[in-house]
Design a protein around this ligand. Structure first.
Ligand code: SRM
Ligand code: SF4
Length: 574
């Protein structure tokens, strides 16, 4: 009888089903094209639903109608959400007019500006998918890689004309966005009717491979002092560093940021990105490639809740990760250079750019563009697009910038806003101007509670409290999400509401206003009304006790929150 006690070799964990699906999909084709022809249902199969994400499409259903339809024994009210790919959030007036028309003709009539500087359509019925995508294609827009396990819409400051530096940063963002696009022709074949690649070379994804990434991957570029893109929430970030000569010296590279978590699962958490080191500008794509392929090869493909880059780095360590990226990119990082962020806020109103043009930063609550009585935003922007000779920029805070406006055109643009009663949108409270919310109900399949639809009421209740404390104009960030996935980056807000159940939210306080420190859990579950009652004396104390220039989040961190931090923070100065 053997007395050996050798450890049993660990049985490798099986890959998640998505991995088999991707590799068997023939580079993201699956049977999507066949299922589009099936008129017996408004849906597509679960498997094809995973693949359409890579084409920027999500199968959803109207959750407001779910119970009634179930009782009536009917199919769910299925429709699709489509997310446009729009690096740096740029859109011409001609494109705007087409998107506006397509929303009316083949989708729900409203357009939604997202927290990653792009548009979402909702309520697109299956037969309308091709008309929508073909309509977008006519004005050179697509939804490739807007969702799925790939590099998503790349974020960058919306108005690079403000300086030559920003312009260079934008060019790098654009180049990386192009570089990291999947190469499959599946999108063109399925949605645009291009011929199948027949008899030619077998298709390949040189960077991604047939199983793409373990999970979504997000990149942003920032130029301090503005952290408008929330760089520390991104998988990969490039923080522009200015040399003594005033030119772009290079970038500090950040890795491993992310917001998503699950309530009650300590193994999931929001994480601030780490600073890897400094590179000169010509290395952006090589380093991006190295970071992305390291995650491709080492990210956890056995558990989608543990598959983001943030967990790869947390598990293996930053030193290991840096060495692997250096090896793949063929360079050595220099020490991170000094930088300082001061704000995340979008500029509002008229702003002059270095090239002499103007832009008008327009606040749009939750990025929802629709017409409601007294607030005809969709009509106003359509009329502006019809006369505007510059372009539009979508911001990371769900706002809009009307850009490239000449001196001569300024009065006409402003007059159109005034004509529709929208000229004072920027004269709102500092809290409202700094509020974000995710979409949540009724379209998001993951929502546990309201977000976009509850934000207006929450603001109406908090604004008088702030005004009475003399803080009406103070910039305080408030972010609400309908579940802990973090789509409005709520863990980087000075006040964060994260839904747990209908009308129940986890309340977070104490992030820094500049997006460099996560907030901390203050109350695990509270109704919005009770939260307003709880926050009232805290706001009053803040008004009375704060140090000059001290932000609400910083003060909460110092004076209100218990010291045992649940989320960690990062230093901003190397
Ligand atoms: Fe998000 C999933 C909406 C930005 C983290 N997000 C979803 C889905 C697609 C729900 C789903 O999987 O079924 C939501 C569609 C709702 C709807 O009806 O439209 C959705 N996410 C959004 C948008 C539209 C929120 C908004 O109101 O603006 C944003 C679209 C961005 C874009 O244009 O690409 C959006 N999502 C974000 C962000 C913020 C960011 O990227 O800067 C995050 C946190 C950052 C991060 O990724 O860590 C985010 N979304 C998630 C997650 C959690 C991922 C995780 O690692 O845990 C999910 C769920 C998932 O992937 O399983 C998710
Ligand atoms: Fe949906 Fe949750 Fe994202 Fe809100 S945070 S859009 S509820 S997944």
């Amino acid at each position: 009888m053997s007395t050996e006690t050798a450890a049993t070799p660990a049985v490798p964990k099986p890959l998640v089903a998505n991995e088999g699906l991707k590799s068997a999909s023939n580079f993201l084709r699956g049977t999507i094209a066949e299922q589009l022809l099936d008129t017996s249902t408004g849906a597509i199969s679960e498997d094809n639903g995973q693949l359409t994400k890579f084409h920027g499409l999500y199968l959803q259903d109207d959750r407001d109608q779910r119970n009634a339809l179930k009782k009536a024994g009917k199919e769910k009210a299925f429709s699709f959400m489509l997310r446009v790919r729009l690096p740096g959030g740029r859109c011409t007036p001609a494109q705007w007019l087409v998107l506006d028309r397509l929303a009316d003709q083949v989708a729900a009539p409203s357009l939604r500006l997202t927290t990653r500087q792009t548009f979402q359509f909702h309520g697109v019925l299956k037969p309308n998918l091709r008309p929508l995508i073909r309509g977008m294609h006519q004005v050179l827009l697509d939804s490739i890689a807007a969702c799925g396990d790939v590099n998503r819409n790349v974020m960058a400051a919306p108005n690079p004309e403000r300086s030559a530096l920003l312009q260079r940063v934008y060019e790098h963002a654009r180049a990386w966005s192009e570089f990291a696009l999947p190469k499959t022709r599946a999108y063109h074949e399925i949605w645009l009717g291009d011929e199948l690649v027949a008899g030619g070379e077998p298709e390949a994804e040189p960077m991604y491979g047939p199983t793409y990434l373990p999970r979504k991957f997000k990149t942003a570029f920032a130029l301090p002092p503005s952290n408008d893109v929330d760089i520390f929430s991104q998988d990969l970030g490039f923080i522009a560093i200015v040399g003594d000569d005033g030119r772009l010296a290079g970038y500090n590279v950040t890795v491993g940021g992310g917001q998503g978590m699950s309530h009650g699962n300590d193994k999931t958490y929001p994480r601030l990105a780490d600073v890897l080191g400094f590179i000169t500008p010509e290395h952006v794509n090589a380093v991006g490639h190295a970071v992305l392929t390291t995650q491709r090869d080492f990210g956890d493909r056995t558990d989608r809740k543990h598959a983001r880059l943030k967990y790869t780095i947390a598990d293996r360590g930053l030193e290991w990760f840096r060495a692997e990226v250096e090896r793949r990119a063929g360079l050595t990082f220099a020490g991170a250079r000094r930088f300082e962020f001061t704000t995340i806020e979008d500029p509002h109103g008229w702003q002059r750019c270095a090239d002499g043009s103007w832009f008008y930063g327009l606040h749009i609550l939750s990025g929802r563009i629709k017409d409601v009585p007294g607030w005809p935003m969709k009509t106003a922007l359509r009329e502006i697009a019809a006369v505007h000779t510059g372009d539009f920029r979508l911001t990371p805070s769900q706002n809009l910038s009307i850009s490239g406006v000449s001196d001569a055109q300024k009065p006409a643009i402003y007059a159109l806003l005034a004509k529709h009663g929208l000229a004072n949108e920027n004269a709102r409270s500092g809290l409202r101007l700094n509020a974000l919310s995710c979409v949540a109900l009724p379209t998001c399949g993951l929502a546990l509670g309201e977000s976009e639809r509850m934000l207006p009421t929450l603001l109406e209740k908090l604004e008088p409290v702030l005004a009475a404390a003399g803080l009406g104009a103070d910039a305080i960030s408030l972010r609400v999400t309908g579940c802990p996935n973090g789509c409005a980056r709520p863990y980087l807000a000075e006040i964060g509401f994260v839904a747990k159940a209908p009308n129940k939210y986890a309340l977070y306080l104490g992030a820094s206003y500049n997006g460099t420190r996560l907030n901390r859990l203050f109350v695990p579950s509270i109704t919005p009304d009770d939260a307003v009652v709880l926050l009232t004396p805290i706001i009053q104390r803040y008004a009375a006790e704060r140090q000059p220039g001290e932000g609400f989040g910083d003060w909460c961190d110092r004076a209100v929150l218990p010291k045992d931090a649940t989320f960690h923070s990062v230093g901003t100065k190397a």
